[in-house]
Ligand binder design. Sequence first.
Ligand SMILES: Cc1cc2nc3c(=O)[nH]c(=O)nc-3n(C[C@H](O)[C@H](O)[C@H](O)COP(=O)(O)O)c2cc1C
Length: 299
Amino acid sequence: MSFGNVTRLVLLPAQKVLERNPLSFCRGFLSGFPGFHSSIRLISWNEGRHRPQSRNMSKMSGANQRVPISVDIGDMRIKYKDKSETFSEDDLKSKEPFGQFQAWFDEARVTPGVLEPNAMCLATATKDGIPSARYVLLKGFGTDGFKFYTNYESRKGRELEENPNAALTFYWEPTRRSIRIEGTVEKTSAADSDEYFQNRPFHSQLGAHASKQSSVIAGRETLMVKERELLAQNTEGQVKRPECWGGFKVIPRSIEFWQGQSDRLHDRIRFRRREPHDKPDGILLHEGEDGWVYERLSP
Ligand SMILES: Cc1cc2nc3c(=O)[nH]c(=O)nc-3n(C[C@H](O)[C@H](O)[C@H](O)COP(=O)(O)O)c2cc1C
């Protein structure tokens, strides 16, 4: 990956930020600090309009050093599946995508090394089509959609309000499998959100009240003060769900199943809802079940 055109990074460390320079931090991150549980989002920056060398940066120790960093990781690759383990149409566990999702999800759940099989990358976009992506946790799925919970006033919540199109991606490294889901979102009912909220641990419930998700704050202490206030005001088992917090479900129009091959001739089978003009021929387009058709995509 080249970082040449990336000049701003949003760093979300669960431990102390060890580097003030985002690219050095990223390099350390890639080389793997033990016990690191963090996520990095790269945001491209139009250098013509913004100057990344802000006043705050120049106050930081070591920030005067302008060492160009170029990390070549072009040879980072692992082996995927070999030719004896392809994913063919005959391997489909179901002729509609929810059953197939469940089959792969169940396998991921029991695969050593898949720590959070329900972690999925959620992509949203503004009404003008500016995208953003982040991980959220899948909390339920069925033929009515894929559910997650969040703050409706967060960046993703606001984007989904103005543009209800969303995409989800799972990648379970040890299985060499990925699933991509595209569709539209709807909020889950207030009763559903209440039920899920009531089942959350006490501290997570307080966290939902303490955090105005995606807003800028002065420091961690702001959250700690809020948490202490909320602890003093609330009793376990009696925390009400904030109105701005609840569930969304992604109602899919397509779901793709990807399995990686070492020779890069990966397997891709995509289900999509059948359109009136579709004429399954059993060659390029296959008849599925429950209003779905499926087709193989070139890797
Ligand atoms: C593995 C993982 C799971 C996460 N699950 C959730 C979740 O279920 N809901 C949520 O609001 N944020 C979750 N987050 C935090 C989000 O990635 C993100 O920081 C937050 O929702 C704010 O995103 P936004 O500013 O784009 O709205 C999770 C992060 C990670 C790394």
